[in-house]
Write a protein that binds this ligand. Structure first.
Ligand SMILES: Nc1ncnc2c1ncn2[C@@H]1O[C@H](COP(=O)(O)OP(=O)(O)OP(=O)(O)O)[C@@H](O)[C@H]1O
Length: 241
């Protein structure tokens, strides 16, 4: 298992927002974490990324505890957050090289990784353009490519297509499909079609608890529903979870 979550809990001023979450994500899996607004998804991702300390419980990233081995755990993962980390006045390649150097690459290694990621994210043609001149879709691609500069085994994507039009969203899906199996991906999104296209397995959170876990097929079978939207509505109905 790449990620083993064990009774992970987060409280803000006595309010429990992530409630004893326990499940595992396999190596190379594309996992979608779903839930209504305020279900606790971002708090969960932030704990797994070391941006937030759990109130209780733990998670192991490739065997490294996010509580006791934070530095080692952080080395094997990266996050493309909701708020883009792109520096607007740097060009595409400068943004990538800058991150590469921050992650400790030599100049040659940073350039190699930047070239590989520009290829992967179809950014090569725009490499000398300042980030502020890019469209929303390209900015989002650059933001994910920047997270890939640390060569993570685990990549967290927090609502990567939020606010994008249909075409740039689908373009990004194609690119993310190309990452499948190469890196373990944990995605949060409100776009259920995105999940149907990309995810191997789905977890649904409700009021901080995990109320469903499985492939879409398995959840369809369990709920006797015929679409992910219906499954989602069934599991997040008040009083059921
Ligand atoms: N720093 C904080 N202090 C107090 N409460 C917080 C803090 N961060 C989040 N919360 C609360 O925790 C709950 C879970 O928030 P979280 O952002 O994890 O949910 P989410 O599932 O990611 O929601 P969304 O889909 O709207 O992004 C919410 O009620 C939110 O108001």
């Amino acid at each position: 298992m790449t990620i083993e979550i064990k009774e992970l809990t987060k409280c803000y001023h006595e309010k429990v927002v992530v409630d004893q979450l326990s499940f595992s994500i396999k190596q190379g899996e594309f996992f979608a974490l779903l839930g209504q607004n305020a279900a606790g998804k971002t708090s969960t991702i932030k704990m797994l990324c070391g941006l937030l300390l759990p109130t209780d419980g733990d998670a192991l990233l490739d065997g490294k505890s996010i509580v006791y081995h934070q530095v080692a755990a952080k080395k094997i993962m990266n996050i493309s957050p909701q708020e883009s980390a792109v520096a607007p006045n740097l060009t595409v390649i400068e943004n990538l090289l800058f991150l590469g150097r921050i992650y400790g690459c030599s100049k040659t290694q940073a350039r190699e990784r930047a070239n590989a990621n520009m290829e992967l994210f179809a950014l090569s043609q725009r490499q000398n353009d300042k980030a502020k001149t890019l469209s929303g879709g390209f900015k989002r691609r650059l933001s994910i490519a920047m997270a890939m500069m640390s060569n993570p085994k685990i990549l967290f994507l927090d609502e990567p297509t939020l606010g994008l039009d249909v075409r740039p969203r689908r373009d990004l899906w194609k690119i993310l499909s190309g990452l499948k199996g190469k890196v373990t991906i944990v995605l949060t999104t409100h776009y259920l079609e995105e999940v149907e296209v990309l995810a191997d397995r789905v977890g649904i959170m409700h009021h901080g608890r995990l109320c469903a876990l499985g492939t879409i097929q398995q959840l369809m079978h369990e709920t006797k529903q015929s679409s992910l939207e219906e499954i989602f509505l069934a599991y997040t109905e008040e009083g059921l979870c």
